[in-house]
Design a protein around this ligand. Structure first.
Ligand code: GLU
Ligand code: ZN
Length: 302
């Protein structure tokens, strides 16, 4: 009989947090980091970090270091070296080439204005009408688009249940590589989740709109689809999503406990007799983690 102490079960849970260094972390980012972290640790998994510094014009100088510092100050620990998307161009190029060889990619020279004038508007902006698809344009100075699958694409979310999306109809052919040479978030995230062996993705429900495109890319690249859990989105008092763009107040690294307790309440866990130190907070929160208690959508933190 196998002795579980000598041969521990292999770790089958690998979670991650993947911030973009476009600004400092705020309460909305903390909710995503905390949800992913608690879910990982409660299942004995490994937690990884990826810096999504993919889009130089949007990066704020110093933000990557500030984010790492802030995570440390709040008591998060990660199990492997941080992956930086800025260093991963070769992997994205290789994935793009594989997709191209299967005939799923074409060059598009439409301007934003062309698209705005010709497209229907969908849940994530204009639905590209496929103008360039039959033209066989050269890829030089062009965006490269993925031919969206037609018909229902289905995946299961642990909170939202079965999600069905007809990508071709609802979102259209989407960009993998921009005219300015930058790889898209959709492609990079799929390549990197596979590279890091991520089995469970826990992130904000603002990204639920992107997940069908990511699952379609996983299928086209022959990659395993991870398990998804999209957490409720934190809104400010005016009902807007907290974001770096709307200048959500940054976390206070000098006093991390109050924000952690607020984030935990937001995730549906009550805090009667809350811990009074960071060291007590973590084991207490991991033990109480209970995804069944999550509210489904959005709300303002109390
Ligand atoms: N970098 C993305 C963001 O900060 C998150 C990506 C993800 O979790 O898939 O919104
Ligand atoms: Zn086009």
């Amino acid at each position: 009989m196998p002795n579980s102490q000598i041969n521990p079960a292999p770790v089958v849970y690998r979670g991650r947090f993947a911030p973009s260094p476009t600004g400092l972390l705020h309460l909305g980012s903390l909710v995503a980091a905390l949800g992913s972290y608690l879910d990982t640790r409660a299942q004995g998994g490994r937690w990884l970090l990826r810096m999504e510094d993919l889009d130089p014009p949007r990066i704020q100088p110093g933000a990557s270091d500030a984010i790492l510092h802030s995570l440390e100050a709040h008591g998060f620990t990660w199990d492997e070296a941080v992956i930086w998307q800025s260093q991963r161009q070769a992997a994205y190029a290789e994935a793009l080439e594989r997709l191209r060889q299967t005939g799923r990619v074409y060059a598009c020279t439409c301007s934003r204005k062309d698209i705005a004038l010709s497209a229907r508007h969908g849940a994530d902006g204009p639905i590209y009408p496929g103008t360039c698809r039959p033209l066989g344009l050269p890829s030089h100075n062009a965006a490269l688009r993925f031919i969206a699958p037609e018909g229902p694409l289905v995946f299961d979310d642990r909170l939202h249940g079965r999600v069905v999306c007809d990508i071709a109809r609802e979102l259209g052919d989407f960009v993998l590589h921009r005219t300015d040479g930058i790889y898209s978030y959709q492609l990079a995230v799929v390549v990197d989740d596979a590279e890091q062996g991520i089995t469970h993705i826990v992130r904000g429900s603002d990204l639920l709109i992107s997940t069908p495109r990511q699952v379609a890319l996983q299928q086209a690249l022959g990659l395993t689809t991870p398990t998804y859990l999209h957490l409720p989105t934190v809104l400010d008092a005016a009902g807007n999503k907290l974001s770096k763009q709307t200048r959500a107040p940054p976390l206070n690294d000098a006093d991390p406990l109050p924000a952690l307790l607020t984030a935990l309440r937001f995730l549906g866990l009550s805090d009667d007799h809350p811990p009074t130190t960071l060291a007590e907070f973590w084991p207490w929160a991991i033990e109480r983690w209970s995804p069944q208690r999550l509210p489904r959508w959005r709300g303002t933190p109390l």
